[in-house]
Design a protein around this ligand. Structure first.
Ligand code: PAJ
Length: 288
C-alpha cells in the first residue's frame, strides 16, 4: 500500500490506470477510521476485484464545517488509519493537506440546490456545499469507476448521487449499510467525544428509531407531528440530550411526509452534551 499526498501524483496515477483499463474503487473519508469506514473499504475491495485498485482518501475537509463546529478538534490519527487501510485491502491512501486541495485563491464551489436544504442543510447551512465541492474534486483527482458511501450519512449519499447525475460524473455511487456497535449506536468518529454517562445516553438515537418502527407496526399510519413529539420527549428525558431535528421523509425525494408508514425513512440529529450525532433508517427495516 502506498501513501500519496500530492494531487498531481494521484491524478497522474489515476490517468495511467484509466489508460490501462484498471478498475478503480474509491472510499472518501475524513479519517479516524472505525468499523463503518472499514466495511466501505472492504466493499470497495470486492468491487475492484483482484486486479483493480482501491483508493481511500483521508482529508478533514474544512469547507464542510461551520465556523462554530469541531474542525480544529476533529479526531485525527494518521498512523493508525494507514495501518487499518492496509489491513482492509486498500492499495492507495490519498492524504493531501489543506493547501493542496484549497489553494489560497480557491473560488469554485459545487452547490446542490434541492436535496440539500432540509435536515443537515438547515442545521449546517454551508455543510453540503463543502461536501459537494470536495467530493467533486476528489472524483476528478482519483477518477474512480465506483465510489462507496455509507448509509449512515443518508442525506449526504443522496446529495452526492444527485451531483453525480446532474454534472455527469462518470462514476457509479454505491451506498453501503450503516455499521453499529453491538448495542445499536451507529459508529462515528465523533463517538470518541462521548465520555462517561454520555455514551449510554447516546443510545437514545437508535432506540428512537426502534420506537418509531414499533409504533408503525402497531398502527397502519401515524401523524408525523405526533410521533415526532413523542420521540423528542423520549430522547430529551436524558439530561444531556437536545434534539436538533427528527424528520420523516420519502427516501427518494427527501420530501417530508405528514403521515408516517412503512415506506417512510427517518433521520434525526441530537446533541449529546456538546457532541452532535446523527442517525437514520428505513422504518420497515429490522434492527437499526
Ligand atoms: P466521514 O464521516 O469520515 O465518513 C466517510 C464515509 O464513511 C461516509 O460515506 C460515511 O457515510 C461512512 N460512514 C461513517 N460512519 C459509518 C457507519 N457507521 N457505517 C457505515 N458507513 C459509515 O462523510 C464524510 O467523512 C465526509 O463528508 C466526506 C464524504 C469524506 C467528504 O469530506
Amino acid at each position: 500500500m502506498r501513501v500519496i499526498t500530492s494531487v498531481r501524483i494521484m491524478q497522474h496515477l489515476a490517468l495511467r490506470w484509466r489508460r490501462q483499463g484498471v478498475h478503480v474503487a474509491f472510499v472518501p473519508t475524513m479519517g479516524y477510521l472505525h468499523a463503518g469506514h472499514l466495511s466501505l473499504i472492504r466493499r470497495a475491495r470486492r468491487l475492484a476485484r483482484s486486479k483493480g485498485k482501491v483508493v481511500v482518501s483521508i482529508f478533514v475537509n474544512p469547507t464542510q464545517f461551520g465556523p462554530t463546529e469541531d474542525f480544529a478538534r476533529y479526531p485525527r490519527d494518521f498512523s493508525r488509519d494507514r495501518k487499518l487501510c492496509r489491513e482492509a485491502g486498500a492499495d492507495i491512501v490519498f492524504a493531501p493537506d489543506t493547501k493542496a486541495i484549497y489553494p489560497r485563491d480557491f473560488s469554485t464551489y459545487v452547490v446542490e440546490e434541492d436535496l440539500s436544504w432540509r435536515m443537515e442543510g438547515e442545521s449546517r447551512p454551508t455543510h453540503f456545499r463543502g461536501v459537494g465541492t470536495v467530493v467533486a474534486k476528489l472524483l476528478n483527482i482519483v477518477l474512480p469507476d465506483v465510489a462507496v458511501f455509507g448509509a449512515k450519512d443518508f442525506q449526504q449519499a443522496m446529495v452526492v448521487g444527485r451531483i453525480k447525475r446532474d454534472l455527469n460524473f462518470p462514476v457509479k455511487i454505491v451506498i453501503a449499510p450503516t455499521i453499529r456497535e453491538r448495542d445499536g449506536l451507529a459508529m462515528s468518529s465523533r463517538n470518541r467525544y462521548l465520555e462517561g454517562p454520555l455514551r449510554e445516553q447516546a443510545l437514545a438515537l437508535s432506540r428512537a428509531i426502534t420506537k418509531a418502527r414499533g409504533a408503525i407496526r402497531q398502527r397502519t399510519a401515524i401523524q408525523a407531528d405526533a410521533l415526532r413529539s413523542e420521540l423528542r420527549t423520549f430522547i430529551e428525558q436524558q439530561s444531556a440530550m437536545r434534539v436538533d431535528y427528527i424528520e420523516f421523509f420519502d427516501p427518494v425525494t427527501l420530501q417530508p411526509v405528514h403521515s408516517v408508514d412503512r415506506r417512510t425513512h427517518m433521520a434525526l440529529a441530537v446533541f449529546v452534551g456538546s457532541t452532535r450525532l446523527i442517525d437514520n433508517a428505513a422504518l420497515d427495516g429490522g434492527r437499526p
